[in-house]
Structure formats: C-alpha cells, structure tokens
Ligand binder design. Structure first.
Ligand code: SF4
Length: 346
C-alpha cells in the first residue's frame, strides 16, 4: 500500500493561487518549538528562559499527521519541503519523518539546522532521503558566535556538522544573520572560509520577526552593503533567480570560486513572488513569516476528516491569502504581535 501511494500525490496536482496569483510551492514544517540555542535575533534568553512553556508532546503533530498534511499540499502544487523548528534535530527519530516525506514524490526535501547535532545525524538523514541541508552559522569568531547563540556553543562543532553533511553527500548552504554592531565584522571571513568549497553562504538581513527580538532598523546591514563588502575583495556578478519564489539574490565570484546569496527581506522585499506556507509543530498553517495568526489544521486532522476535507481547508486558506508584510513594513507594523519565528521556522 505505502509504496504505491506516494508518487500518485505528484501525479494528481491541482494548483491553487492566492489573491496575488502566487502559487503554493514551498512548505516549511516546524517539528518542534524547542531549541538548544538562544540566538538573540530569534529566541532571546530573557523571553525563552527556564519558565517558558514549550509545546508538550501531545500537542505536537505526529509524523503520520505531518506526512498527511505534506501529502495534501504536494497535491496542491508544493514541490519543496523544508524541515525546521526551533531546532529540528532535537525531535527524536527525525530520519523516520524524512523517509516518510521522501516517499511523497520527486521533491526538494531540505532541513534548516543550527548544526549542533548534525555531525551525528547527517548520514542517517541523507540515507532517509534528505536532498540538502542549510546550516545557520553567524560567525567564525568563537567569541562573536557564542555571544549570538547565547549558549556558549563553539564554532568548531558546527563546522564538523557541515563536514559530516558534505561527507554524506548533502549539498550545504550556510545562513548567516547579520546584525550591525554584533557580527557584521564577520562577513568577509565567512566569504573567505566557504569560497571554493561548494557551500553557498547566504547573508540574511536582520528581520523584525516575532515580537521579542528588539528589532531596530539601525541594526540592519543592507544586503547591498554586504555585496559591496565581499565584492571589494572578491569581484562578483549577479546570477538570475533559478525559479519564481527563490528567496536569495545570488551572486557568483568572477573567478569561478562559487556563489554567495543575500536575503533582503527589509531593504529589497520579495513578497510578490512568495510561494511559501508554514506549518507549526502543533499544526497551524501560516501564510506569512510575519503573520499574527494561523489556521488550525490539527483539529481537522484529529476530527477524523479525510484528505479531501483537509485539502479543502488548505485551499480555502491559500485562496484568501493576501500577505505582503515586507512590502508594507512600517513602525506600526513592527508593533504587531507577530508569531515567533522559533515557533514556525524561518
Ligand atoms: S513577508 Fe510574508 S509574504 Fe512577504 S516574502 Fe516574507 S513570508 Fe512572504
């Protein structure tokens, strides 16, 4: 039974468009709201401390439920699944979920991790069907990195996770969130370190996600400044986006030593091509990273409803979608009680 069903999902795709004619192509699946880091731009320790109430296990979607939701969204046109968290590798037996999702069809099945547990998990994830991995690393300077993850975690252990992923045959992207006055001095060393390795570094503008990271526009290092900084030492040229909805702006080194990317949600918003939905670990569907509320799919899942009903529920949400937060960002929108990034994944 299981062997047959998977590919059918992709064979019977009925695409859905939102109010801005954006298709649904990319689902980010948060499998836990917990993390072993306390990155200051995502999960500040002052808020996510000892007494913080994380989701109890019974409220988390099971792997079967996640597979059902993902299967329904693949049937609506999704061809990219990204497993996120919190820190997804904290969820036990994650390779079992990867194997289930890999059976849904020829998908881009990826994972975003802080790399802390990657060295021991990379092989099993690759064998289960993961197609690539993104590792967050905000500096190579141990002191700076420890100050950003706020749990005193060393760079070396993240680098060994990256090496293990590469050895397991997984293409690796490295995400660096740049915050002025904190790690902007690390931009060039990151470019130097990963040039010629095949690992693409993406520099991410510090964003006003959630309502707890104390975001200020002054702390944002514009993507253009990052490109200029790297380009002064290693000349760059822009690369065409590979597909609609690709988040990063890409630049290749003129000397052929690879690429970098910049994700400029603040200074060059890309909402017009946003094809992403997010599923929280407790089964709420969000149609924007900066949303204020989500749509509860868990109740539908646990009500005994069939996939047709689930598909109808998702279709109704997406067809009403009009999100363009980054294009409309103002001082006032900054005050909104937006959902926390650690809860729905970046
Ligand atoms: S702000 Fe929302 S709509 Fe715009 S690109 Fe980000 S997730 Fe998409």
């Amino acid at each position: 039974m299981d062997e047959e069903r998977p590919l059918l999902r992709q064979a019977h795709v009925s695409h859905v468009l939102d109010t801005l004619h954006r298709p649904l192509r990319d689902l980010r699946i948060s499998v836990t709201d917990r993390c072993n880091f306390r990155c200051v731009y995502c999960m500040p320790k002052e808020v996510f401390g000892r007494d913080y109430r994380f989701l109890p296990r019974r409220e988390l979607l099971t792997f079967e439920e996640i597979e059902r939701v993902a299967g329904v969204l693949v049937g609506l046109g999704v061809n990219k699944l990204r497993i996120t968290g919190g820190e997804p590798l904290l969820r036990r037996d994650l390779e079992v979920l990867v194997e289930r999702l890999a059976r849904l069809g020829e998908l881009d099945l990826t994972l975003t991790t802080n790399g802390a547990l990657l060295a021991s998990k990379a092989r099993a994830l690759a064998d289960a069907g993961l197609t690539r991995v993104t590792v967050s690393l905000d500096s190579l300077d141990d002191e700076v990195f420890r100050s950003m993850n706020d749990v005193d975690f060393p760079v070396a252990r993240v680098l060994s996770g990256i090496d293990a992923a590469a050895e397991a045959g997984l293409p690796v992207k490295v995400n660096m969130v740049v915050k002025r006055g904190l790690n902007d001095g690390s931009i060039l060393e990151m470019a130097r370190r990963f040039r010629g390795t095949g690992h693409v570094v993406r520099f991410i503008e510090f964003m006003d996600v959630g309502a707890t990271n104390g975001w200020r526009l002054d702390d944002v290092v514009p993507a253009a400044e990052v490109v200029r900084t790297v380009g002064e030492e290693f000349p760059l040229e822009p690369v065409e986006r590979a597909y609609r909805g690709e988040v990063a702006e890409r630049y290749r080194y003129l000397d052929g030593e690879g690429e970098i990317g910049v994700i400029a949600s603040v200074t060059q918003p890309f909402c017009g091509d946003c094809t992403r939905a997010r599923l929280s670990a407790d089964g709420k569907l969000y149609t924007c990273l900066f949303a204020v509320r989500g749509h509860d799919l868990r109740a539908t899942l646990r009500s005994g409803a069939d996939d047709a009903a689930l598909e109808q529920a998702v279709r109704a949400v997406w067809e009403r979608r009009a999100d363009r937060y980054s294009e409309r960002r103002t001082e006032e929108t900054g005050e909104l009680r937006k959902v926390e990034m650690s809860y729905i994944g970046g």
